[in-house]
Ligand binder design. Structure first.
Ligand SMILES: Cc1cc2nc3c(=O)[nH]c(=O)nc-3n(C[C@H](O)[C@H](O)[C@H](O)COP(=O)(O)O)c2cc1C
Length: 260
C-alpha cells in the first residue's frame, strides 16, 4: 500500500532552504510511490493564535476555555474550517514531517500555533487517548530542522545548547498524541550573507546536505524511533517507577541533574 505523507512547512519564503527541503521531500516521496500533501502554513496564512474568535459555537459563551471549546466543537462538528482541514490531513497521513528553521531555540510561532490549534482536545487527544493509546498511534512523525549555528555550537557542549535536547518538548508532544517519533533530521550551519568564494563554499555545503536528506528520506525505515517510557514504567500516581529506564534528562529518577 502506498504511504501517505504530510509535510508541514513553516517558513515565510518559498526560496529559502526550508522551502527547498520541503520540495525535495515531496519529490523524493512521490518518486518512491507515496501520496504527498503539503501544508504550507504561511501560504495558507494559517492563524496560529488559539482564540475565541475562531469558534462560532460556544459551550460556554461567558468564559473561553480552550480545551472545553475544542472538545465541544469537535463533537458538534463545528471546529474552525482551517483546523478541520489540518486535522483531516494529519489523520489521513501515515507519516508526518514538520519542516522548520529553529527560531529562538524552538518552533516558529506559526508551527507552535498549528500544534496548539490542530492537536485539538477531543479530536487528536483526550485524557484516555494519549501516548500509547493516542489517536495517532501507528503513524510516524519526524522533525526536519535547520539551524543557523554550526554543528559544534549546537552540540551538548556548544554555546547554543544541545539542539537534540531543545527538540525534546516537540518530540514529546508528538509522542503524546500517539506518533512513533523518528530521530530528527538536523541540518546545521544554514545561513546566508556570504559573498564570493565563501558563498560558493556555502552553496556546495547546502547541496551536499540536500543529497544526504534525499538519501535519508528514501530510507525512512532505517531511521531509529526515539524511545520514551512505556505505560508500564509509571505508577498509579503517574510517577516513574524506581527501576524504569530513563531516556532523557526531562524524565529521570534523581531530582538533581548530574552535570559534569
Ligand atoms: C527569529 C529567528 C530566530 C532564530 N533563532 C535561532 C536559534 O535559536 N538558533 C540557531 O541556530 N539559529 C537561529 N536562527 C537562524 C535560523 O535557524 C536560520 O536562519 C535558518 O535555519 C536558515 O534556514 P532558511 O534559509 O530556510 O531560513 C534564527 C533566525 C530567526 C529569523
Amino acid at each position: 500500500m502506498e504511504m501517505k505523507v504530510l509535510i508541514v512547512l513553516a517558513h515565510p519564503e518559498p526560496q529559502s532552504f526550508n522551502g527547498s527541503l520541503a520540495r525535495l521531500a515531496e519529490e523524493t516521496f512521490v518518486t518512491g510511490g507515496a501520496e504527498v500533501r503539503i501544508s504550507d502554513l504561511y501560504s495558507r496564512q494559517f492563524e496560529p493564535d488559539e482564540h475565541a474568535r475562531h469558534f462560532s459555537q460556544r459551550k460556554n459563551p461567558i468564559r473561553f476555555d480552550v480545551q472545553t471549546e475544542q472538545r465541544f466543537n469537535h463533537h458538534q462538528g463545528t471546529l474552525p474550517v482551517d483546523v478541520t482541514r489540518e486535522i483531516d490531513d494529519v489523520l489521513w497521513a501515515d507519516f508526518v514531517m514538520l519542516q522548520f528553521p529553529l527560531w529562538w531555540f524552538g518552533l516558529p510561532a506559526i508551527l507552535k500555533g498549528w500544534m496548539d490549534r490542530v492537536f485539538a482536545y477531543g479530536a487528536l487527544y483526550t485524557g484516555s487517548h494519549c501516548f500509547q493509546a493516542g489517536v495517532c498511534r501507528g503513524k510516524r512523525a519526524m522533525l526536519s530542522v535547520t539551524t543557523g549555528s554550526p554543528a559544534e555550537v549546537c552540540a551538548h557542549n556548544g554555546q547554543e545548547g544541545d539542539t537534540q535536547l531543545i527538540l525534546w518538548p516537540i518530540h514529546y508532544a508528538l509522542h503524546y498524541v500517539g506518533f512513533s517519533v523518528l530521530e530528527p533530521s538536523l541540518i546545521t550551519g544554514v545561513r546566508g550573507g556570504y559573498a564570493g568564494n565563501d558563498a560558493a563554499i556555502q552553496d556546495r555545503y547546502l547541496d551536499t546536505r540536500l543529497l544526504e536528506q534525499r538519501l535519508r528520506l528514501t530510507n525512512l525505515d532505517s531511521i531509529p524511533v526515539i524511545p520514551f517510557n512505556a505505560e508500564s514504567d509509571w505508577n498509579d500516581r503517574r510517577k516513574l517507577k524506581p527501576r524504569a529506564p530513563v531516556y532523557s534528562p526531562f524524565i529521570r529518577h534523581q531530582a538533581k541533574l548530574l552535570l559534569s
